[in-house]
Design a protein around this ligand. Sequence first.
Ligand SMILES: C=C(O[C@H]1C=CC=C(C(=O)O)[C@@H]1O)C(=O)O
Length: 466
Amino acid sequence: MTSSLPDAVPHPLVVRTVPLDGLEELGRARRGGGLADDPDDHGSRAATPDPRDLIDLLPADAPLAWVRRGDGLVAWGEALRFEVAGATRFADAEAAWRDVLAQAIVRDEVGVPGTGPVAFGSFAFDDGSPAGGVVVVPRVVVGRRGGHAWLTTIESGGRLRPAPSLDELVGDLEPAPSPGAVEYGDGAVPAEPWKDVVARAVAAIRAGEVDKTVLARDVCARTEHPIDVRWPLGRLAERYPSCWTFSVDGMIGATPELLVRSEKGLVTSRVLAGTIRRTGDDAADLGRAAILAHSSKDLEEHEYAVASVGHALEPFCSSINVPDVPFVLHLPNVLHLASDVTGVLVGGAEASAEHPTSLALAAALHPTAAVCGTPTSAARELIARIEGMDRARYAGPVGWFGGDGDGEWGIALRSAALDPEDPRRIRLFAGCGIVAASDPAAELAESEAKLVPMRDALASTGTPTA
Ligand SMILES: C=C(O[C@H]1C=CC=C(C(=O)O)[C@@H]1O)C(=O)O
C-alpha cells in the first residue's frame, strides 16, 4: 500500500494569524455561565478557562480539535487534505506538509506554538491497515494558550486580506443535539472469547516469545440519531480536563497519553502503563493508588513502556530525563502509573538547529510499548496473529503540527472511530498491557473501565459512570 498524494499544491496557502479578544465572553454567552474551576487543580480552586470555550465554537461538520484544560486548538473547514498509507505514511505526510509550507504566504501577528500554518493528523496503528492516515489543513483555527487567544485563517490561492472577526466566522451555531439512545453490540472479538486471546498472549510471554504485549478490543455502538461529534467532544473535554480531547477526521477521544510534544528544541512524552480501576470512593481510591504504585505486575508493564520511549528519543536528543519512579495519574474512571519523560533535541533552542519535526519524532516513537509491547517487532507480530481485529487509527498518533514542525501528538486511546458510511455507527476501543502475571478476567474488566469515557460521552443524559 502506498500514499496517493497530489503532485503539487494547487495554489499557495495564504495564512494569517491575529490576536483574539473575547473568546471567554463568547463561550460564556453561549453557555450562560461563569469561569470553571479545574477539578484537577487539587485544592487551589483557581479560576481556569472553561474547557468548553473552544469546543463550543465548532461547527457540526468535520470539526478538528486538540484541547486540554481549555487550552489548545479547534479548527474547521478544509483548505487541503492529504491521505497517506503504508509504512511510509508519516514520512509522506511530512513531505506533503513541507511542500505546502514551501509555497505558503504567512503573516503571524501572535507567534506562539499553534499560530501560523497548522495541520491536524491521525494515523493508523498498523503499517498494513487500510485506515492509513490523513492530514487536514483547516480553513479556520482558533487557539488559546496561557491567557492568549488567536484566530488563524488559511486560504488557498487567495490574497492577504484583512482578518474576518470570530463572530463572522462562527455565526449562530445550534448546540450539538444528543445522539439519543445508544445500543451496544460486539466488536470483532466478543468479551468472553477476548479473555482467551489474553490467555494466549500470557502463554506466549511465558514461552519467551515476548516480554510484554498490548491487546485491544472494540465494541460497536449504534445511536438513535446521527452523531454530532461536538456532543461527545464537549463532554470529554469537561470530564477529562487533564486528557487531550481530540477530533480528527472522525477519530475522537480524550487521551491521557502524550506520545510527544516538541517545542523549541524541548521534547516531552507522557508515558502511561499500569492501571487500576477507580471505585468512586475517594478514600478507597487513595488505597488503590498505593496498591498500584507498589504492584510489581504494573511496575513491570510501566518499565517496558518508559524504556521504549527513552530508547526511541535517544538518537535525537543531547540529554534525556527519565524519572526513576512513576507517579499515579488520577482520572475519573481509572488510575494509571505515569512518567513524564523530557529531552533536549540536539542543537537545543538554537535558531539554526535543524530539528526533526514533531511528526518525525512521533513516527520514531510509534508504536511504544504502552500500545504494542516489548520487543516491538515480536509484539507487533503477536498482536497481528491473535488480536483478531484491525485497530485502524486507534492507538495510532493523533494531533497537530505547525509551520516550524513543532507540535503535539497523542496516542489515540479512550477513543472511537465514526463510521464514514453511517453517522449512527461508531466503534469504541480499549486495550490493556499484558505481562506474564496478567489475569484474563482482570484485563477484561480493565478494558471495560477504559471504555467508560467514550460510553459516557455518547450517553444522552445521566451521571457519568465512576
Ligand atoms: C492501550 C490502552 O492503554 C494503555 C495506556 C495506559 C495504560 C495501559 C495499561 O495499563 O494497560 C495501556 O498500556 C488503552 O487505553 O486502550
